[in-house]
Design a protein around this ligand. Structure first.
Ligand SMILES: *[C@@H]1O[C@H](CO)[C@@H](O)[C@H](O)[C@H]1NC(C)=O
Length: 335
């Protein structure tokens, strides 16, 4: 649908959008109209994994100028509240977030965003890499919360797009070995291609059996488990698998209520932590991309021009490929 080109506010920049990745949550809003308590009540623009070029700056913006290529952090706090003050602005209840109702996303040709949450990309970082900073940030935040560090042994449950970014980040943060589970052989093939040490295909094993397999392959229990599937059995495996004193990070979101061996976690001091999106990740992600310390390019498996958005969403819904990119600039469909 055609919409007016927005006028940037004093603290905003107007962007000509270039690349927007499709996230599972975009597909979920499209198909179900809600995620938990976030309910779509009026038409909403999707998209929040994005990059583009500044074409106009608001009157108070000094750090960006027309022509700058930027990656967009979709969450921009509205208030300097208690969470913002301690640097955990992702927890601010009034935060603006692209494509979380009622806030519009940026899957469009022109979009205005808070300039402080637009980050200039060096010439050697592509627009698609810029857009992939958003899912990469989920991996950075999850691995930080889990305490992944030099020599960590890590288990990742689920080899979808988020499991794969957690794998990339765990390796770049110094993990010695990473095991990753999934039901799908093709997803595990991709995980292997981008650096998984032990891809583990789950068939009919019980959660305790899965924990044993992981321990056998890593030669020890993992210090950190990053659960990216949200499936009950996988959370159970994650608890049993994690070493005593270690951390289980819950990234995947499934049913509201799940049955888990909480006593097993309690008596072995396995900390169970959640994550909500991310905070303070864009500058470090840009440094890692510019220095070629992390390669996110293999994650992009499909590209569609914006006019073929429906086809792109169908491809994502069917679980084909890893990351589907929409190309919003008819004159530049390059990566
Ligand atoms: C990419 O560009 C940045 C900024 O200009 C520079 O510091 C970095 O060394 C470059 N990276 C590579 C791999 O050339």
């Amino acid at each position: 649908e055609n919409r007016p080109i927005p006028e940037p506010g004093p603290n905003e920049v107007l962007l000509k959008m270039h690349s927007v990745g499709i996230c599972g949550s975009d597909v979920h809003y499209w198909q179900n109209g809600r995620i938990g308590d976030f309910i779509v009540k009026k038409p909403m623009v999707l998209g929040h994994e994005a990059s583009g070029t500044v074409i106009k700056v608001g009157s108070s913006v000094t750090h960006l100028k027309p022509g700058d290529r930027v990656a967009i952090e979709p969450g921009a706090p509205r208030d300097i509240d208690e969470f913002c003050k301690i640097g955990r602005y992702n927890l601010s209840p009034t935060i603006f977030f692209c494509a979380t109702p009622p806030d519009d996303g940026n899957l469009c040709r022109y979009y205005a965003h808070n300039a402080n949450f637009c980050y200039k990309l060096p010439d050697n970082v592509t627009f698609e890499e810029g857009a992939l900073i958003e899912p990469l940030s989920v991996g950075i935040h999850a691995c930080r919360r889990g305490g992944v560090t030099l020599g960590s042994k890590v288990l990742i449950c689920g080899a979808g797009p988020i499991g794969l970014v957690c794998l990339l980040v765990a390796k770049m943060m110094g993990a010695a070995q990473v095991a990753i589970t999934d039901l799908s052989a093709s997803r595990l093939e991709k995980a292997k291609e981008i650096g998984a040490d032990f891809p583990i295909q789950i068939k009919k094993e019980t959660p305790k059996d899965v924990a044993c397999v992981v321990q056998g392959l890593l030669n020890c229990m993992p210090d950190i488990t990053v659960e990216c599937s949200g499936a009950e059995a996988s959370i159970q495996s994650g608890i049993y698998a994690t070493r005593s004193g270690g951390t289980l990070v819950l990234v995947g979101l499934g049913p509201e209520m799940v049955h888990i061996p909480i006593v097993n976690a309690a008596v072995r001091e396995v900390d169970i932590k959640g994550i909500f999106r991310y905070c303070n990740t864009w500058p470090m992600a840009i440094s890692m991309l510019a220095s070629r310390r992390v390669n996110v390019k293999p994650l992009v498996t499909h590209r569609f021009p914006l006019e073929k958005a429906l086809e792109a969403f169908e491809t994502t819904r069917k679980g084909q490929g890893v990351k589907v990119m929409l190309k919003c600039d008819p004159n530049d469909q390059n990566p």
